[in-house]
Design a binder for this molecule. Sequence first.
Ligand code: S3P
Length: 191
Amino acid sequence: MMDRGGSGDPVEGGDERGPEGPVLRIFLVGFMASGKSVVGRRLARRLGWRFRDMDRAVEEADGRKVARIFAEEGELRFREMEQAAALRLLAEEGVVVATGGGWPCFPGRLDDLGAGTLAVWLDVPVEVAVARVRAGRSRRPLLEVDDPEARARELMAVRAPFYRKAHWRIETPGMTPGQVAAAIAGRLEGR
Ligand code: S3P
């Protein structure tokens, strides 16, 4: 199901159709394990665009894995590196970007995307995201705590208002990644 923010309400700061002019890049935003990478790959393939992952862009620039950057430099430094990667990705065209779960969650990030960038929130319940993180092999340093579900709930409470600024929101439960990608591509064609 797709709408413009919570329960069909317009997204705060967003508009129904996305940015002015042609969409040159799509930034997928949402919580850790919301499916940004798997959906992003499929969407890019459908559109004939490139797929880029913001975490991988940080790792390529730095030479270390995200978990190691967190451990050795701390979250604040990681956020600086992540924003530097985001600015590079915002200069690319014909690209679908899986952003890091925390990247949009600073003032201005989704307000100042500029022309050509469509932001889509892949919304997922916290318990689904935590179950995927538990079952998967990718490390999420922020959830490496005694009670990851409680931590995830706290994070989501703080982050949801930022994710809500995306132009479009898709409630992904019950949809396959292919269906989510098709929904985005279809809506893009209808613009
Ligand atoms: C983070 C999400 C991760 C990664 C880092 C921090 C977050 O990316 O950037 O572990 O703050 O939510 P994914 O959203 O791809 O898991």
